[in-house]
Ligand binder design. Structure first.
Ligand code: NAD
Length: 278
């Protein structure tokens, strides 16, 4: 069970913590406070995005932590209106400046935005920035296998990470297997499935929580890890931020994993990346 507390090696040799702190819908001031708390409590990966409008706060927290730069794994994402070689380069420079860092550990394309047809060019811009040392690892988010195939055929490189909606209500079993075959790490967003349902009150989750003396959120985070995913839960509350990291002292059984797998509904809570909305 302890190997899951070790970082995961990406296809380019970069190592990434398996648990990170998510910052969606948290503004600059609150993100500074909550990211400082997360770093104090032991998180070493922070997930933000140009679109979240909180890179300044995240960057201030990283600086205030006093941690050496190479001990914090900083992920951000290029937004849809900055696809294309030059726009992506400018977006990257903006993110670096707001975050107050010289390089990103992981830079993701936030959505494929297929109607623009620029995601391979955008990925190439990230690869170019990687060559220059501005980005350590080049990844994507919300990409379907067809988008990943196209990126690979047009740039010759598989993204290191695909950050996708993933939780027991939408467990992405086929996509996870496809990623594993292609050496791409799956990172789960919305991991606690809290946007619509009451995942944490579902019987397979509460039963496993009772059996292990852990909380329902810890059981769900452990379910992600045992399925080989990196995971970035978010909470603004210090006690929950701590709770969400305390998942390395128990192991779900195969039966518990299967029971939680059975909660799959096949319905996304977020946008369909293949559709026209993004
Ligand atoms: P999440 O599944 O992490 O749920 C967050 C909510 O769960 C919190 O607001 C809180 O109400 C609750 N919660 C957290 N810890 C809890 C605990 N221990 N007990 C009970 N309830 C708890 O959802 P999210 O914030 O949407 O996703 C996590 C992160 O993923 C985001 O912050 C962001 O960084 C990233 N994300 C990425 C994308 C993308 O398109 N790439 C989209 C959405 C989110």
């Amino acid at each position: 069970m302890s190997e899951l507390s070790a970082p995961i090696e990406l296809n380019d040799g970069v190592v990434m913590p398996r648990i990170g702190y998510g910052t969606y819908k948290v503004g600059d001031d609150e993100s500074q406070r909550t990211v400082e708390t997360a770093l104090e409590l032991g998180y070493r990966l922070v997930d933000t995005a140009e679109m979240y409008g909180n890179e300044l706060g995240v960057g201030r927290a990283v600086a205030a932590s006093g941690l050496p730069r190479d001990e914090v794994f900083v992920t951000t994402k290029v937004w849809n209106d900055h696809h294309g070689r030059d726009a992506t380069r400018r977006a990257l420079e903006g993110s670096l400046e707001r975050l107050g860092v010289d390089y990103l550990d992981l830079y993701l394309i936030h959505w494929p935005s297929p109607k623009q047809g620029l995601y391979s060019e955008t990925f190439q811009a990230i690869l170019d920035a990687k060559e220059e040392g501005l980005v350590r690892s080049a990844g994507v988010s919300n990409f379907l296998p067809e988008h990943l195939e196209r990126v690979h055929s047009e740039t010759g490189v598989w993204p290191s990470v695909n950050q996708i909606e993933l939780h027991p209500y939408f467990n992405q079993a086929e996509t996870r297997a496809w990623h594993a075959e292609h050496g791409i790490v799956t990172e789960s967003w919305g991991p606690l499935g809290q946007r619509t349902g009451s995942l944490l009150a579902e019987e397979p989750v509460t039963a496993a929580a009772a059996a292990h003396g852990k909380s329902p959120a810890q059981v769900v985070i452990r379910w992600h890890l045992q399925h080989g995913c990196a995971v970035i839960p978010k909470s603004a509350r210090a006690e929950r931020i701590a709770e969400n990291l305390a998942v390395f002292d128990f192991e779900l059984t195969d039966e518990e994993l299967a029971a939680i797998d059975g909660l799959h509904t096949g319905r996304r809570q977020g946008i369909d990346p293949g559709g026209s909305e993004r």
